[in-house]
Design a protein. Sequence first.
Length: 166
Amino acid sequence: MNIGRGKKNFSLPLLFLLFPLSSWVFPLPDIHYIRYIRYIRYIRCRTSLTPMTTQETLFSKIIRKEIPADIVYEDDLALAFRDINPQAPVHILVIPKQPIAKLADAESEHHALMGHLLLTVKRVAEQLRLSNGYRVVINSGSDGGQTVDHLHLHILGGRQMKWPPG
Ligand code: 5GP
């Protein structure tokens, strides 16, 4: 005997009924939250000594020497400094002075700059005597694990690296 046969399944129409109701009730805190975040950002921009742009990050401030960093190399196009939270005995970040948010945003106009960044990695690695080798990492976007929206190349050295990375 099939007890369920003939019974109507009301869960789907119920969902359709509840959805428009919930969309009236629940978005309110979201809207307030988004407005609050926008307001905080606006206040931060207005009170900052230097105007924030959409591309403004901590690294822009390091480039302008507004916040301290242990700089190991600098030229007209690039800056290299020690990572504040090192993942290896030597952990350097090489960044372009031009604020490109991530590798995925690089265009053909950045061709020479990209080459320059790689050669800067090589130069810094030699300068820091990483003669046994090193790893270069670029995290791009959220799935890539990028946390600072200014293109940067990690140089990791001074220990045996493992593979695969996490
Ligand atoms: P991501 O996770 O975006 O690939 O790497 C960002 C890196 O920047 C992290 O390794 C983090 O430790 C480093 N970092 C974040 N803020 C600062 C800072 O203010 N100074 C320095 N030197 N490194 C930072």
